[in-house]
Design a protein around this ligand. Structure first.
Ligand code: CBF
Length: 836
């Protein structure tokens, strides 16, 4: 009789042959999978084969949960959250599924015993990078929290064949390589071609009368695309719930056009297939910047239409009348990318289900809620009217009608205020005409929220002010959060072990319990253990950095980290200017006493964003000089870690001492990296922006390095006619001159000119205005790090007080205030149960 490896209390499942949780069963199934699924034997097996064999071992143990969950939801007709997002930046599944199943350590042991390197197998997984940054990663944290909280939910998105590009650094520059994440197959997904739907595009509309002589409108498309769902189970942590992430792949309805083929045009016959598949081919790599491309709007409509049709299919199976759509589903629009859903649901209700307009509108509004994720004007989606009309003629008619009725309401409420009407219209008519997607999302939603307190306030005061004045009660705030399962339990097992050995492990599902660490901040022994954990994580990261960049870094130096998308508003250039200032100080006085630091950068620039790419080049160029200069004596190091993604993030956050959150106040909606750092015991140097403000509130001002102008100060300075040249003196001037002289570019004084001239003459994000304050805060950091024991105290308090930033808290708030979706506990079924 095999010994059960897992004696965890939450384990209630009836186990069968395929799901047994013994070491022997893991090992047996591992080889069975290698043999029967992958068709390999050890001599020929690659590491990836082994990874997949292991993935299938784990997947088998998830399926019982998945089926039991689906069976319960179907039987009970449970209220379901549909999270609509064009991006889900999931990161690797294997490690997370092991943690959530509660079998991580046991499986590690079983695999190690077979003579395989468990960590190497985990690294084999090509992560699904189906997102650009914060917004897509937030969606991933949210669906994991929804499952952990046992809330019935479906994540709806696009199964991009190529996710976010792979970044390589060549000669200091970013180069992009296609992300072929599906090349070896994806063991986590199950295609469901039987639930494929057709999505219409283009063509024209025509009025007609139906068999009851009712006025109807028919949309005659000129193109049909098949949307095929690929389902991935999303496990809750130590629960029986496994919800579904349903991503749509575009295919031709007929993969081969025989009519064309019979005319002898083989090429033409496959063309339709090729052009249809383009819809889900590649993720647009722009973070917070609209590209007004037809393909992008087609992608958005494609997944939204497929998802809504899927929801109608579910209603039908559960025998729920379409008039109760909003009772069955709460649909969240993750930014404006899925906002076309408002018009599509109206179309499906009116045109395809013959629901009267007023009732359809009522259902639509009760169904949707909208989250705004940015105040940056360049990210607010507007589609040129001709493009919209060409692609979605019926939706444009519906939007015109929604707009006419909406503006009537505004006219009555704000009598005579024609300017307001022009401002609020769903159509921007100031020049070329555009459809304003944020307005469509607001008008079609019963709740509208920002993602941090400041951001939600600024939405009310600025970007959506008119809508706030019209419907103040619809506005709210939902401060972002991140899942502690991936961002602590999985990525920082040492810290997890230390914390759990003192306060138990309930904090993993109730992060507020970390507060119980507070008294331990006063315990010298605990502080030492805390520092030991941090040092071990830093050593791990140093090995990664060496392997990926060839740069040796000192784990006893202060790890000062800025990892996020490269963007001027995030101000990586402020950081690197400060590095140059430190270097300049060192060169001017070689014996100056400075705290040894390693500056770690990571992040992708949108391929067409030239200044962002130049910022990367400046960072790598400064690194090339500083890292090699013997006068520095290794007191400063600069590392640009290529290809920042979820996998790399998992190794970076645990190793950080200092988290750089230095955006211009009022520009970063929330940030979520800031939360991951703080949980893992990094201190923040940051502005009063986004969720930094709330982090500082929680951890205490004395455990946070604040600098920079506040949002009102930024506004006032800009209004008074900001001139960056006025700030160009002292050390900043010397720094700028050094870069300008070509010192970091082998004498080429032209290379960084666009960046430096841009700062000297325009500086839209107030880098110069904040430089002095930043530099002073950095001096405080250096001084504080000298007292390692006190630093440990502050680090512990950061982690202990990070409970608010669990995505479980955020999801609870969405559930209570917006979705009204109760938990549905799942009882595990056996195969026998399901058969009945
Ligand atoms: O809300 C999630 C994140 O979204 C962004 O990444 C975005 O794409 N708009 C914001 O920039 C972040 O501030 C925010 O945390």
């Amino acid at each position: 009789m095999a010994t059960p490896l897992v004696a965890v209390e939450h384990r209630t499942e009836p186990q069968d042959e395929r799901t047994a949780l013994t070491k022997e069963a893991f090992q047996r199934d591992f080889f069975n999978n290698l043999f029967y699924i992958l068709g390999k034997f050890p001599t020929l097996a690659t590491k990836n084969d082994y990874y997949q064999a292991l993935a299938f071992v784990v997947r088998d143990r998830m399926l019982q949960r998945w089926i039991s969950t689906a069976a319960a939801y179907t039987k009970q007709g449970s209220r379901t959250v549909a999270y609509f997002s064009a991006e889900f930046l999931m990161g690797p599944h294997l490690g997370n599924n092991l943690v959530n199943l509660g079998i991580h350590d046991e499986v590690r042991k079983a695999v190690t015993e077979l003579g395989l390197d468990f960590n190497e197998l985990l690294l084999e997984e090509d992560e699904p990078g189906l997102g650009n940054g914060g917004l897509g990663r937030l969606a991933a944290c949210f669906i994991e929290s929804l499952a952990t909280l046992q809330i019935p939910s479906l994540g709806y998105g696009i199964r991009y064949e190529f996710g976010i590009f792979h970044q390589e650094i060549v000669d200091g520059w970013q180069t992009e390589r296609t992300d072929k994440w599906l090349r070896f197959g994806n063991p986590w997904e199950i295609p469901r071609p039987e639930w494929a739907v057709h999505v219409k595009l283009g063509g024209y509309t025509e009025p007609y009368r139906d068999e009851f002589y009712r006025h109807r409108v028919r949309w005659v498309p000129d193109r049909l695309v098949a949307a095929v769902p690929y389902d991935t189970p999303i496990l809750g942590y130590h629960t029986n719930t496994a919800n579904t992430l349903r991503l749509w792949k575009a295919e031709a309805p007929e993969s081969f056009d025989f009519a064309v083929f019979n005319r002898g045009d083989y090429y033409g016959a496959v063309m339709q297939k090729v052009s249809s598949e383009n819809l889900s081919k590649v993720l647009y790599p722009n973070d917070e910047q609209l590209q007004g491309k037809e393909l992008r709007l087609s992608q958005q409509y494609f997944f939204v239409s497929a998802s809504l049709q899927d929801m109608f299919r579910i209603l039908k199976i559960q025998k729920i009348p379409v008039e109760r759509f909003h009772e069955k589903f709460a649909a969240q629009l993750n930014d404006t990318h899925p906002a076309i859903a408002v018009a599509e649901l109206m179309r499906l209700l009116i045109d395809e289900n013959v629901v009267p307009w007023e009732q359809a509108w009522d259902i639509t509004r009760r169904t949707f809620a909208y989250t705004n994720h940015t105040l940056l004007p360049e990210a607010l989606e507007c589609w040129p009217l001709p493009l919209f009309a060409k692609l979605l003629p019926r939706h444009l008619e519906i939007i015109f009608e929604i707009n006419a009725r909406f503006l009537d309401e505004v006219r009555i409420r704000f009598y005579g205020d024609e300017e307001r009407i022009a401002r609020m219209s769903l159509i921007d008519e100031r020049g070329e005409r555009y459809v304003r997607m944020a307005h469509l999302a607001c008008v079609g939603s019963h709740a509208i929220n920002g993602v941090a307190e400041l951001h939600s306030e600024l939405l009310k005061q600025d970007v959506l002010r008119d809508f706030y004045e019209l419907w103040p009660t619809r506005f709210g705030n939902k401060t972002n959060g991140v899942t502690p399962r991936r961002w602590m339990a999985l990525s920082n097992p040492r810290l997890t072990k230390l914390v759990s050995s003192h306060i138990g492990d309930e904090w993993i599902t109730d992060l507020s319990q970390l507060r119980r660490l507070e008294p331990l901040a006063e315990d010298a022994g605990f502080r030492q253990q805390w520092l030991d954990v941090k040092r071990a994580c830093k050593c791990d990261f140093a090995a990664v950095a060496l392997k990926k960049t060839g740069i040796t870094i000192d784990p006893d130096s202060l790890f000062d980290v800025q990892v996020k998308r490269i963007h001027e508003y995030k101000r990586q250039h402020l950081n690197i200017l400060h590095v140059v200032a430190l270097y300049h100080r060192l060169r001017s006085n070689p014996n100056v006493d400075i705290t040894p630091r390693t500056f770690i950068f990571g992040g992708k620039a949108a391929p067409g964003y030239h200044i962002a790419k130049l910022i990367i080049k400046l960072i790598t160029s400064v690194g090339d000089v500083v890292n090699r200069d013997p006068a520095v004596r290794d007191r400063l190091k600069v590392v640009f870690l290529p290809n920042f993604n979820v996998k790399n993030g998992q190794r970076i956050y645990p190793a950080a001492d200092l988290s750089e959150q230095v955006s211009t106040a009022g520009k970063e909606a929330s940030g979520t990296g800031n939360m991951k750092f703080s949980m893992n015991g990094a201190l923040t140097i940051g502005t009063m922006d986004g969720a930094n403000i709330e982090i500082r509130e929680e951890v205490g001002a004395e455990n946070f390095f604040l600098f920079g102008l506040t949002t009102p100060e930024v506004g006032a300075l800009k209004a008074s006619g900001y001139n960056p040249a006025n700030y160009l003196d002292g050390e900043l001037k010397e720094v700028v001159e050094l870069i300008r002289s070509g010192f970091f570019s082998r004498g080429d004084a032209e290379l960084f000119r666009p960046l430096i001239d841009g700062l000297v003459h325009h500086d839209p994000y107030l880098v110069f205005a904040d430089f002095d304050s930043y530099s002073k805060a950095q001096q405080q950091v250096s001084a504080a790090y000298q007292d390692r024991d006190h630093w440990a105290r502050m680090s512990i308090l950061n982690s202990a007080r990070s409970g608010k930033f669990s995505s479980d808290r955020t999801i609870r708030e969405y559930c209570d205030d917006i979705w009204k979706a109760p938990a549905v506990p799942i009882r595990l079924l056996t195969q026998e149960d399901v058969k009945v």
